[in-house]
Design a protein around this ligand. Structure first.
Ligand code: CA
Length: 265
């Protein structure tokens, strides 16, 4: 299991202590309990390769995207513990990518931004776009690892106390079952809440009536009724009618999608 480090002991918090190849010592979560899954968005193949190798030697799992668009697709298509994001990237830069993840897709995954641009204004811009931490190149691998672990610990703590989903101005609290749009509380029935939750867990994805039936009504056959359409209309009246922009859209012949459509504004 441990090929590149030597296991020398276990701390009470189920952490293993390893010696890395350069003989530095550090603690990290036991990978058998906790394989930390990292998305690295970095266009320079040399840097990406070095980081992937260095992190995988410490038993992190690392997937690499080499431009901003691939990074966005990968960020949205899997579950990541932390996203490491370079600033200067082809197609979509790191700042725009971070803003899209946060504001358009409501993704709360911790983001650590990397850049050769170490000046204060770049740091501030990254943090304003929703990054959680920032590291200027060049840096030591040990420092990156320490920050990844700290980010992950912090985000797990936050999840425990704040069980919320957000998209654009919409927010739902999964503990109190409350919904808000632009900070205004919206009264929903239990079924409407479940319907909205399903959309908020799948922003930007077209959801067919059949899929909605399966997830919200928990039946996997066609009831032959328009119950989905009826409930979509109830939900629309509550979350969209008095707000801008509209977020719940019909895709003719396909189903419904929760998205911000700037073309319609
Ligand atoms: Ca770059």
């Amino acid at each position: 299991m441990v090929s590149n480090g030597i296991l020398i002991g276990k701390s009470p918090e189920k952490q293993s202590i390893f010696i890395s190849l350069d003989n530095s010592l550090f603690a990290k979560p036991d990978p058998t309990l906790y394989p930390m899954n990292i998305l690295l968005v970095e266009d320079e193949a040399g840097v990406a390769g070095f980081l992937k190798k260095g992190l995988e030697e410490q038993l992190f799992k690392v997937s690499v995207a080499y431009d901003g668009r691939a990074g966005l697709d990968m960020a949205l298509s899997s579950q990541w513990d932390v996203i490491i994001l370079d600033v200067l990237l082809p197609k979509v830069n790191g700042w725009d990518l971070c803003r899209k993840l946060r504001r358009e897709h409501g993704l709360a995954t911790p983001v650590l931004m990397l850049s050769a641009l170490g000046e204060t204004n770049h740091v501030i811009k990254g943090l304003n776009e929703g990054a959680d931490d920032y590291l200027a190149k060049p840096f030591k691998l040990d420092e990156l690892i320490a920050r990844l672990l700290a980010l992950h610990r912090r985000s797990n703590g936050q999840l425990a106390e704040k069980n919320r989903l957000s998209f654009e101005g919409l927010e739902i609290d999964l503990d109190s079952m409350e919904a808000f749009r632009d900070g205004e509380k919206i009264k929903l029935t239990a079924r409407e809440f479940k319907l909205l939750e399903y959309f908020m867990r799948n922003p930007g994805k077209v959801l067919s009536r059949m899929k909605i039936m399966e997830h919200v009504w928990e039946v996997d056959f066609d009831l032959g009724t328009n119950v989905v359409d009826v409930y979509i209309n109830y939900l629309r009246k509550k979350i969209d009618r008095n707000f801008h922009p509209k977020l719940l859209h019909t895709v003719i012949g396909m189903g419904y999608v929760l998205k911000r459509d700037d073309a319609e504004e």
